[in-house]
Design a protein around this ligand. Structure first.
Ligand SMILES: [Zn+2]
Ligand SMILES: [Zn+2]
Length: 109
């Protein structure tokens, strides 16, 4: 994850509203995608009712960090992801093999 000491806030990818920092997230999950460690954090915008996703990637071979914003995605699509993450007993654990982890590793953002 990013250094929590650095002030950071998410911007809505639909309307540009300030969605706050990581403490304002709807949910997040840490996945292994094509060998890399990928953390996807979902934010819901209350102004336009769309989700934006903050994606943080740690490359396995190079140890390089990479991050970008993705979205917007619809309220329905985002709610589905958030609900799925809530079924996971350990969303921060990349080694988790629950149904949510297995399913979401196949999703592209
Ligand atoms: Zn918005
Ligand atoms: Zn899991």
């Amino acid at each position: 994850m990013t250094d929590p000491a650095v002030p950071w806030s998410m911007k809505c990818q639909e309307c540009g509203a300030d969605l706050g920092g990581l403490d304002k997230k709807a949910a997040s999950i840490c996945l292994r995608v094509m060998g890399d460690e990928e953390t996807r954090t979902y934010f819901l915008c209350t102004s336009c009712d769309m989700y934006s996703i903050w994606v943080y990637i740690e490359e396995f071979f190079t140890d390089k960090e990479n991050f970008f914003c993705s979205g917007p995605i619809s309220r329905g699509e985002g709610d589905k992801a958030v609900q799925m993450i809530r079924t996971c007993p350990a969303p921060d654990m990349i080694s988790c093999k629950c149904a949510a982890h297995r399913e979401m590793e196949g999703w592209t953002v």
